[in-house]
Design a protein around this ligand. Structure first.
Ligand code: UDX
Ligand code: UDX
Length: 434
């Protein structure tokens, strides 16, 4: 089948390359000419393991191409996917749908023959109805079906998540559209991946409900971590102890500095707004947002406590800046709250991140970026693990101790065991473990 993918960002590029790898012919369209030019040179603008090779092989086989102009691709497409950004609107937390509507408007003028128009971006419940209204206004009588097909991709594991999903959710009751979507996902269908067909609004809500629940689950274990510190219990054991209950499951029960990324913060806020507007407030999700936002600042307090209660004149070395490992994405990373809070307390901040320093340099000021963990720790009064990159899991602790001014480590991801660090003479603090 022929697919037009509008938006060659994180979601659009991964989805487009994977659809091409299924054997479909895909054109990724983006309004950013620089991005398209780099993609045509084989340069991938985002850090996603395996994506460069996947794009290159499908371009080589002639199944994947790039364009800034949507005309040709949309006219000949069986399915047009809208995968443009749906960022949180500054200030009020509503999803900014201007890019989605702009893309819908453009596509409406170009479709030819029966076409399925699919929202892959995370869009508030009812957006599909709005897009349908745009088509009726711009192109009355166009033979289209507007479908919701949310993505459940984790950054750093996006290709795996696309090709081996727990499920595919398709929101449409239109028979022809269901048939076309089945055809599109046939390779998954063949290996028994459940494809769930629902009404469009239900599909749109499934995406928000999934992300909000995952965010709530993380926030729950983070609260239990604080309780463990107060009670002298071990949150990693609590997490294992409850996670062995199949109804709870062990995933997403790692206590940390609070969740970040381009999805959880944005989608929880959008769901809170949708629920409030619908007169059915999502109080648990509201609390999740509040607790998570406060937690990141609380982490700065934990670090200052480890410095002896005073940040002024101290140097702190952060290991990891991105919102999680295996990505360069800094969106809502815990470091974006921690660094300014430490600097406000008078501390100097040094940092190392394997992939995120370029992006972090645009978002943080007065941070001394280092070439590696040991250089970051040079002369520091404390070293803090903020993001659990694999290369921080087996640091040479003796070497670290010699470069640090004081052997203090704050481990916000529980990478190390307290006994091991104390045996090495470190003043070690972590999350939810006495
Ligand atoms: C975003 C959200 O983060 C995600 O939760 C949602 O599911 C999909 O939208 P992402 O791919 O990360 O996913 O968005 P972003 O990285 O901002 O990329 C959007 C791309 O679309 C950008 O490359 C932008 O240039 C392009 N775009 C945006 C268009 O081509 N046309 C537009 O009108 C607007
Ligand atoms: C998430 C969802 O997992 C994915 O299904 C959805 O499509 C997009 O949003 P992503 O944001 O890429 O994916 O990363 P994820 O691995 O879910 O981590 C999100 C945040 O939660 C990160 O800041 C991570 O550090 C944090 N997290 C995750 C925890 O603190 N503890 C955990 O146990 C898991």
């Amino acid at each position: 089948m022929r697919v037009a993918m509008i938006g060659a960002g994180y979601v659009g590029l991964v989805s487009g390359a994977c659809f091409a790898d299924f054997g479909h012919v895909v054109t990724c369209i983006d309004k950013d000419p620089g991005k398209i030019a780099r993609l045509e040179q084989g340069e991938i603008p985002i850090f996603e393991p395996g994506l460069e090779q996947l794009v290159a092989s499908n371009v080589r086989e002639g199944r994947l191409s790039f364009a800034t102009d949507a005309n040709e691709a949309v006219r000949t497409a069986d399915a047009v996917f809208i995968a443009v950004g749906t960022p949180s609107r500054r200030g009020d937390g509503y999803a900014d749908l201007s890019y989605v509507y702009a893309a819908a408007e453009e596509v409406a003028g170009l479709v030819d023959g029966f076409t399925v128009v699919v929202t892959k971006s995370t869009v508030p419940v009812g957006t599909g109805d709005e897009i349908e209204a745009i088509f009726q206004r711009v192109r009355p009588g166009a033979d289209v079906a507007v479908v919701s097909n949310p993505e459940f991709l984790r950054e750093g594991a996006a290709i795996e998540d696309f090709k081996r999903p727990d499920r595919v959710v398709v929101g449409t009751l239109d028979e022809r559209a269901q048939g076309l979507m089945r055809e599109l996902y046939r390779p998954l269908f063949l290996n028994e991946t459940p494809i769930l067909f629902t009404a469009r609004r239900t599909s749109e809500l499934i995406k928000y409900a999934a992300n909000a629940f995952l965010a709530l689950k993380i926030t729950f274990i983070n609260e239990m971590a604080d309780l463990c510190e107060a009670l002298g219990a071990d949150v990693q054991q609590v997490s294992r102890g409850i996670g062995l209950d199949k109804r709870i499951g062990g995933k997403f029960l790692h206590a940390g500095p609070g969740y970040g990324g381009s999805c959880f913060p944005k989608d929880t806020l959008a769901l809170v707004r949708t629920a409030a507007d619908a007169g059915s407030p999502a109080r648990l999700v509201e609390a999740t947002v509040e607790v998570n936002d406060a937690r990141k600042l609380k982490m700065a307090g934990k670090i200052i406590a480890a410095l002896g209660g005073e940040a002024a004149g101290k140097t702190v070395a952060l290991l990891g800046l991105t919102f999680k490992p295996n990505t360069d994405d800094m969106r809502d990373a815990a470091s974006l709250a921690i660094v300014p809070a430490l600097q406000a307390g008078g501390a100097k901040v040094r940092a190392f991140d394997p992939e995120g320093m370029h992006e972090a340099g645009r978002l943080l000021s007065d941070v001394a970026f280092a070439a590696n963990a040991y250089e970051a720790a040079e002369g520091a009064d404390a070293v803090v693990i903020v993001t659990e990159w694999d290369q921080f899991r087996a640091l040479d602790l003796d070497r670290l101790k010699t470069v640090l001014r004081r052997p203090v480590m704050v481990d916000l991801r529980n990478v190390y065991q307290p006994a091991d660090l104390r045996a090495k003479g470190f003043d070690y603090s972590s999350i939810g473990r006495s």
